[in-house]
Design a protein around this ligand. Structure first.
Ligand code: ZN
Length: 325
């Protein structure tokens, strides 16, 4: 019996592919999201989401703060320095106590709120270490991402791989996921088999991986680390939940591998400089986004040089001249 033709919109679908296979065939972002600012939106018996009103092209509808637990709560990523959002968190948790303030990474849309919430509750700040670039800056290099880093962040306890935080009805296992930043952490909620994925894996968009804050090699290794785990539902730092997360993470990995192949193809074709590569690879993208795109290409060439596939004079940079090794 021949299977009925699949009515999906993917040109290379082999037939009645299951949904999980579809997202591998073509990476599909899900931008459906209703922020409901100021409200705690219940996502499961143990998890509620509160979105901060800091919408932007990089933060989508704003940063998601998660409330985890029943009576003693962990608050994950209290968001930017916004007293209004902190007051909303306090109102939503009135009558319960906040035992831990958990930080996934030190970008200014995620961690400054932790200090405000600590001032109100006295709860310890735990999770990500201090902000730092993934590698030292090269001579004369300016960090274009400097303004985004929360250099004031200090954790009362830094968490590392496998460390578990316990509350009355919940436990959060730390999963180190560097790549977007060097100190990025995800947290698995053991009771649910779900994972708070921060900005490492999001449904609405791919993660920004840009040197010197982030590195492609770390990012890819962190995708592999998640693929070695079982969680299928992720709660990201921006936008809606990721369902069928394993297939989605596999598709994210394929997307980056395809991008790396495109960069290699440009170097092979004789494009020695990143701006030339960006012009071709991102020809269908608004030129206003070519700056961030150049950093993404730099992340790929850094990795290619480290692996001995490509070479350049001096350290890899936006200006360097690249050729195949
Ligand atoms: Zn973010």
């Amino acid at each position: 019996m021949t299977p009925a033709a699949c009515r999906c919109r993917f040109p290379d679908c082999p037939g009645q592919a299951r949904n999980a296979e579809h997202s591998v065939l073509s990476l599909v972002h899900n931008r459906t999201f209703e922020p409901r600012y100021g409200e705690a939106v219940a996502l499961s018996p143990l998890v509620a989401r509160m979105t901060a009103p800091n919408a932007s092209p990089f933060t989508f509808h704003g940063t998601n703060t998660y409330l985890v637990g029943e009576r003693d709560l962990a608050v994950i990523d209290p968001g930017p320095e916004d007293e209004g959002h902190i007051r909303a968190i306090l109102a939503a948790t009135a009558g319960r106590s906040i035992s831990h303030i958990v930080v996934t990474h030190t970008h200014r849309d995620h961690s400054p709120g932790a200090r405000l919430l600590k001032a109100h509750t006295g709860a310890p700040i735990v999770g990500a270490a201090e902000h730092r670039p993934a590698r030292p800056l090269n001579v004369g290099e300016i960090n274009p991402l400097d303004a985004g880093g929360d250099t004031y962040h200090v954790a009362d306890w830094i968490l590392s791989e496998g460390e578990v935080l316990e509350g009355d009805s919940w436990s959060l296992e730390t999963v180190e996921t560097p790549g977007h930043t060097a100190n990025h952490l995800a947290f698995a909620l053991t009771q649910e088999g779900s994972l708070f994925s921060g900005d490492h894996v999001m449904a609405w968009s791919t993660s920004i991986v840009a040197p010197p804050d982030g590195t492609m090699a770390d990012y890819m290794a962190s995708l592999d680390r998640l693929m070695a785990r079982a969680e299928q539902r992720y709660y990201p730092g921006h936008g809606g939940t990721v369902e069928e997360a394993q297939a989605y993470v596999a598709a994210l990995k394929k997307r980056r591998q395809a991008r790396e192949a495109a960069v290699l193809e440009r170097i092979r074709a004789g494009d020695a400089h990143i701006p030339e590569m960006v012009k071709i690879i991102y020809r269908n993208v608004d030129p206003i986004l070519h700056g961030p795109a150049a950093l993404s290409v730099l992340a790929h060439v850094e990795d290619l040089v480290a692996r001995g596939v490509a070479v350049c004079e001096g350290p890899p940079s936006l200006m360097a001249r690249y050729e195949l090794a």
